[in-house]
Ligand binder design. Structure first.
Ligand code: ADP
Ligand code: MG
Length: 308
């Protein structure tokens, strides 16, 4: 669906994208991750046909961003990182305005708008003024706006930035819903852990260069960071720790509060053996969870710690 080949973008002497090559398949939810200034927004603007590359080629749905911008704009929903909201417009009027801008037939607008209001959970706010909404609601309205013309591809530039934890969860749920609708999504963030749960693949960019693209599992492999899990046993946490310490597949086993925390060797992908060993010795397992904080290690390793 998205094909970027050797795209370089220069702003004067600054190289914002350096021979970027990236392919994203139809239906993929791609998390585009990198520190501020890495080139995420620049990539999105190229795909949204708002910026011309200095060199290289890019296409969306097989259409060339240089030659077929008009058709691409009908296929994509682009939500920029900075969303200007309009004073003195209600949520409904705001969406009416964008529906008109996309020349949707007047008869169909009501139904379309009701649909996107429902999807973004803003139905109850339809008569409220846009600039009075919370930041989370404004971001959801931004998504509602880019859904009006039912685009196949969504380019969402940092939709979760500046949101409180609750609004972040709501945003994540909305993105999952869009993914289930079969849309191809590129969503950017400077925080890896914000995206991994809803993305089928991720790309890590830094200083205009793509350092990695693939699944999260691949990222772990490439970064050589082993998986980490926390296991809660009903009793005998110290004995459980000692048992797992004997296993050479475990790089490190510690106890944190009442959990046994296991750091696996990087090439060890399976976690079943942990349960088998413990259960084989009569331990009752109360909980088994992946520890996510090490994701940041993946990020740091892949970006060689050069995060700003
Ligand atoms: P990100 O979205 O990952 O934070 P951007 O794509 O916005 O990164 O920016 C990439 C680099 O290009 C940064 O160094 C930024 O300062 C620079 N840049 C972005 N837009 C412009 C512009 N219009 N003029 C000059 N430099 C720019
Ligand atoms: Mg940006």
């Amino acid at each position: 669906m998205i094909d970027i080949r050797d795209v370089t973008v220069r702003y004067g002497s600054l190289v914002a994208l350096d021979k970027l090559t990236l392919h994203i398949a139809r239906g993929e939810a791609f998390g585009y991750i990198g520190p501020n200034g890495a080139g995420k927004s620049t990539t999105m603007k190229i795909l949204a046909c708002l910026l011309r590359a200095t060199s290289g080629e890019a296409s969306v749905g097989g259409l060339d961003v240089r030659k077929e911008a008009e058709q691409i704009r009908r296929m994509i929903g682009y939500m920029p990182d900075f969303l200007g909201v309009y004073d003195d417009l209600t949520v409904d009027e705001y969406l009416q305005f964008f529906a008109a801008a996309f020349s949707t037939p007047r008869r169909e607008r009501r139904k379309l708008i009701d649909g996107v209001l429902d999807l973004t959970d803003l139905t109850e706010k339809r008569h409220e003024l846009v600039d009075g909404l919370s930041r989370g609601m404004q971001q959801r309205l931004g998504i509602a706006r880019v859904l009006i013309h039912d685009p196949a591809v969504l380019l969402l530039d940092e939709p979760a930035s500046g949101l409180d934890p609750r609004a972040r969860i709501e945003m994540r749920e909305l993105l999952l819903e869009l993914r289930n609708m079969g849309k191809t999504i590129i969503v950017s963030s400077h925080i890896l852990s914000e995206l991994h749960e809803m993305c089928s693949s991720i790309g890590i960019i830094e200083r205009g260069r793509l350092l990695f693209a693939g699944t999260l599992e691949d990222a772990f492999m490439q970064a050589d960071v082993g998986r980490r899990v926390a296991i809660r046993v009903e009793s005998g946490v110290d004995r459980a720790m000692a048992l797992l310490q004997e296993d050479e597949r475990c790089a490190e086993v510690t106890v944190e509060k009442s959990d046994v925390v296991v750091q696996l060797h990087p090439d060890e992908r399976s976690v079943h053996f942990l349960l088998e060993r413990l259960m084989g010795q009569g331990f009752h397992i109360e909980g088994f969870t992946a520890r996510e904080e090490k994701l940041e290690d993946v990020f740091l390793r892949l970006t060689q710690g050069k995060v700003q």
